[in-house]
Design a protein around this ligand. Sequence first.
Ligand code: ATP
Length: 321
Amino acid sequence: MKPQQHTVKLSLLRALSKGGFHSGEELGDELGISRAAVSKHIKGIQGWGVDIFRVQGKGYQLANPLQLLDESVLNSSVATPFALIPVIESTNQYILDNARELDSGFVCIAEYQSKGRGRRGREWISPFGSNLYLSMFWQLEAGMAAAMGLSLVVGIAIAEAIEKLGIEGIKLKWPNDLYHNDKKLAGILVEMSGQAGGAANLVIGIGMNLSMDENVDGITQPWTSLNQITQIPVDRNKLAIEIIKTLVSTLEDYESFGMNQFVERWNRLDNYLGRKVKLLMGAKEIEGIAQGINEQGAILLSTPQGMQSFIGGEISLRNNE
Ligand code: ATP
């Protein structure tokens, strides 16, 4: 998908994001298109999950304020190369498709994903402009064996980045979701793009809810968004910058020092520490009390059979209280 597609829709959104009503005629004049074309493009934008309403005689207005990501703001604060591609199928897929040409640390960030994905092919709901969708390419020198640890370290980095902005109560659910008050705030999806020498080429994807409409369809479990937590809109550019910076420095620490220092940092943030949980592994379920993680990144459960550790991409953790 070429980034320059959707230019008209993005220009319309830029005009609407200034607030207030904008007539079809005014928007058409500004963009050099007809009122009918404006109406058609507005429908397309609504299909991206943006709530726009029209009042006879006044024109179009956004139902909710919209702060767009700003390339120049990101550019002035982020040291790693990045691509801001407003409308994309999936930021992870973009990195997978372009991995050969990318340097470690490269970031792809979007306003909307038409095919956002979670673990095991599940969909990640990704409406335009109301959340954060960000993927980073990372060449992990330590190789595949360290990838499980890396995916936990990414969760720690994101939670700590949010804390740096003064937002409290962010928790982690093993292996890599961010929670707040037992509701999902963000998901992390680490995929492998290949191996080069001993290094593993990884794609680290993050989807975080910021101001998503409460009535959005397609989410089967309790979820929350940052604005619900803070009650005031979070600056999307600032948040993206903090996440990118913290992610790079935390991953560099992981490469240098390994998992050691992260076990304690994980356990401080663990949403289920000391709570009754169950692990789903295919048809098998294991119940126990969550006891944090070990240095391999495995989850520890105290069970009637004693302390047990579990690791692997096919395991799902569920509350069992
Ligand atoms: P597991 O615990 O097995 O990882 P999960 O439910 O956390 O399960 P993910 O693959 O991390 O699974 O995420 C996909 C699931 O997340 C979807 O099935 C959907 O229910 C939910 N989901 C999708 N989009 C969002 C979103 N924007 N915010 C919160 N949850 C979402």
